[in-house]
Design a protein around this ligand. Sequence first.
Ligand code: NAD
Length: 358
Amino acid sequence: MKIAVLPGDGIGPEIVAQAVKVLDVLRAEGAKIETETAPIGGAGYDAAGDPLPDATLKLAREADAVLLGAVGGPQYDALDRPLRPERGLLRIRKELNLFANLRPALLYPELASASSLKPDVVSGLDLMIVRELTGDVYFGQPRGIEVRSNPAGGSERVGFNTMLYAESEVRRVAHVAFGIAMKRGKKLCSVDKANVLECSELWKEVMIEVSKDYPEVELSHMYVDNAAMQLIRAPKQFDTMVTGNIFGDILSDAASMLSGSIGMLPSASLDENNKGMFEPIHGSAPDIAGKDMANPLATILSVAMMYRYTFADLSTADRIENAVKTVISQGLRTSDIWTDGTQKVSCSEMGDAVVKVL
Ligand code: NAD
């Protein structure tokens, strides 16, 4: 398996180094893993004047999976938009056709006090949101701002976007979501706004059609406004959720905060063949970069997702996740999740602890 390793900027290199230590353990045990590192984001701009250098994109295309740290930093904020680090990230997702974004929201019971919700509401939370990533109102045409005549007379500027999904786009993300639900609790909630939007009406019809291929999965539907409320009221009612790009953008950010720390949450973005890019959901944290303080667990858990979804090696995925659970239960904490009575460790010490358990 060839893995393209793209550390990026800020804390990216520090956290990715810990995840690479995990890969090194697996390699030492005989796993055939090859890694190659390349710059992306600000590092890509510094190296080649482009946040997604051609050589990096070529490596990512040829690899079986991509492991990414994070991109961005204040020193790049004044660059023209196409040269900014975040553009490199958007482009690689689009170029690799990574249409299914998987974001787990999982709360380790020991970290329940870190959540802004009551511990009994979130303790033991284990939810997966599947968000369609390359369609919807973010990409639909036409879009723009133009001057139109006003029915009351005169004219004024209007802004418009098009919410658009082709059946095939809904179908492919539906298959990913049902496949994931099959491996989890066999309950899938499709979130839409079919009471108002034709685009959602089609989304719902296709979900029902695809559900016939997965008779073991219990499919339910929820309007997005209710889903937002239910996620905060009683998040443990959900097992797997699937939704479009804009609804998923908002719901997955809300869900990620249920679990307290941004430093704990991994993500995967998959294409049609389950090739994927795996990255923590947080950014490059310039405020703590270079201080060996960042929490590397989201990145290490991203490696577990790589094993689960791209390499289909569930036992290695479980092993990595269990190693993370063990270090948490041993009381080891980076500063973002530290509380009285637990042991504060650095980024590299946390990586070493996971390696030791493995
Ligand atoms: P951020 O996620 O980088 O940081 C938000 C806060 O969380 C900071 O206080 C930071 O110290 C903390 N934090 C983040 N990750 C942590 C970790 N692993 N361990 C401990 N603490 C952690 O978000 P931001 O500050 O809004 O953005 C900083 C830069 O990152 C910006 O340039 C932004 O564009 C970029 N960004 C990149 C991505 C990505 O690469 N996927 C995502 C979001 C933001």
